[in-house]
Design a protein around this ligand. Structure first.
Ligand code: MN
Length: 485
């Protein structure tokens, strides 16, 4: 492996899940309903039905194009990509192939991979329609046309990634952008993200800036999870190295393979000579249109604070460690929760502690997302406030947290029901301290000789109060009472 440079380029398809409708029809932008119940005539390519381009989809696509520092076209148009398959009722997909039509060209993204900054150049970003969803069984297949016409963004990178780690980190950065910019949930579990991986290797001592030195490119299609991307790349790297070592690499033709999740291998689909001719041509049913500079400007203004900017803010203004800041911005829903909690008046560091140590631990353990549990920023803030005001101890606050979630009860009600309160009453604690000191007067002598029995006394008070005594106050009173003797 050390003898070779690995070159990886990605084609990332991501559905635009945040548009109001499909890209060329008014049907709902969703395929979670009963199969084949969310279809309009145009989605089924009924004769005479015409596509009407959804402005919102173009807007969201342009937003992504701007975030990726791409160049936007002056005029936009669409093309037909022809192939025959049951998932495509019109036998062509409406997409953007020829430059300069795509929503974005020649951009770049700087992203973080294991603490190192990496850069990937973007060749283009284009808007297209998704096909229907086919499912194949032993003796039959099904087609769900609900997905036909769902808006899709395809991102094509240059082969700038050098390892599976870099490819996955890049995809995670892209997912974060789509989520933060409110373009898509980019949820691969819902099938919204699909990748094709282009991969080749070359000897390390050769000049990688010269294209003639690059190895034979293999495309792996249909990788539907980030874990799958990692596995497929590592599988191909090993396969290529093996071919190099046994001297047959140069016989390998440029080819398309498919990732097979079940066997964790790639399977040959077709070679270069069988490459499909898609017969692209401009779709005459969608008039070419000019992107007005004012509209572009307003889209640019609508780009919100992204994960990186929030991360900087958390570190520089809120004083969080890079580690904590990274964890919080990883999922937008977590970061939003955090920001809301702070807006209510919570201490930024303490709220971050709650999230990174308690809440995320709970979510991971229960495979839940923050939106699904009963805890809201309001409820967290209330628990934090009660702790701050000394109504409950910090140990009790964790208990309250679990009760709030498990029993779907308001924090104040939990505290009341469990008869939780922190004893902050000076005279009551003092009475107990005097009693404990009397019972263990021999230890006071030990204490004066320098033996540490202080924790023992605090422990006794906690035991007597079932952990409800305010620890700071208790320690202070013990110190005072020992002094008096
Ligand atoms: Mn595509």
């Amino acid at each position: 492996m050390d003898n070779y440079i690995v070159m990886i380029g990605l084609e990332m398809h991501c559905e635009i899940s945040k548009s109001n409708a499909k890209v060329f029809s008014m049907a709902e932008n969703s395929y979670e309903r009963e199969p084949n119940t969310n279809i309009q005539l145009r989605d089924m390519a009924f004769p005479g039905s015409l596509p009407v381009l959804n402005k919102k989809c173009v807007e969201l696509a342009l937003k992504a194009s701007m975030i990726l520092n791409c160049k936007q076209p002056e005029y936009m148009y669409f093309e037909r990509k022809h192939y025959f398959y049951p998932d495509l009722p019109g036998s062509y997909q409406v997409t953007q192939e020829t430059k300069p039509a795509p929503v974005g060209m020649y951009g770049e993204l700087v992203y973080d991979c294991k603490g190192e900054k990496k850069k990937v150049r973007i060749n283009n970003l284009h808007l297209e329609e998704d096909a229907a969803a086919c499912e194949h069984f032993d003796t039959f297949s099904t087609v769900d046309y609900n997905r036909a016409g769902v808006p899709l963004l395809e991102l094509v990178t240059y082969p700038d990634m050098r390892s599976a780690d870099e490819a996955v980190a890049f995809l995670e950065a892209m997912r974060s952008i789509y989520q933060y910019a409110d373009i898509s949930e980019a949820d691969s579990k819902k099938g919204q993200v699909r990748c094709d991986v282009n991969i080749s290797i070359m000897e390390r001592d050769k000049d990688e800036t010269k294209e003639e030195n690059w190895g034979t490119r293999v495309e792996v299609k249909n990788v539907n999870s980030f874990g799958g991307v990692r596995d497929a790349i590592n599988y191909e790297i090993e396969r290529h190295i093996e071919l190099k070592e046994n001297g047959t690499y140069d016989d390998m033709q440029q080819q398309t393979r498919r990732w097979d999740e079940d066997t964790m291998t790639t399977i040959f689909m077709r070679g270069k000579e069988d490459a499909i001719d898609y017969r692209y041509f401009v779709d005459p049913n969608i008039p070419k249109f000019k992107l007005s500079p004012d509209w572009l400007e307003s889209i640019r203004d609508s780009i919100p604070e992204l994960a990186n900017e929030r991360k900087e803010k958390y570190m520089n203004s809120y004083g969080l460690s890079e580690y904590d800041a990274t964890i919080i911005v990883k999922e937008k829903s977590i970061s939003d929760f955090y920001e809301e909690t702070i807006k209510l008046g919570a201490d930024a560091k303490k709220a971050a502690n709650w999230l990174t140590s308690v809440i995320l631990g709970y979510l991971n353990k229960n495979e839940a997302s923050i939106g699904e549990i009963f805890l809201t920023p309001d409820r967290l803030f209330e628990i934090m406030k009660m702790t701050e005001e000394g109504k409950i101890s910090s140990k009790q606050s964790k208990e309250v947290f679990y009760h709030v979630i498990e029993n779907k009860k308001e924090p104040a009600k939990v505290v009341e029901d469990l008869d939780m309160k922190q004893i902050g009453d000076d005279s009551m604690i003092r009475e107990l301290v005097i009693k404990v000191l009397d019972e263990h007067s021999n230890l006071i002598e030990e204490h004066r000789k320098g033996k540490n029995v202080f924790d023992f006394f605090v422990g006794q008070i906690m035991k007597a109060t079932k952990g409800q005594a305010n620890p700071g106050l208790t320690a202070q009173i013990i110190r005072e009472e020992i002094e008096k003797r």
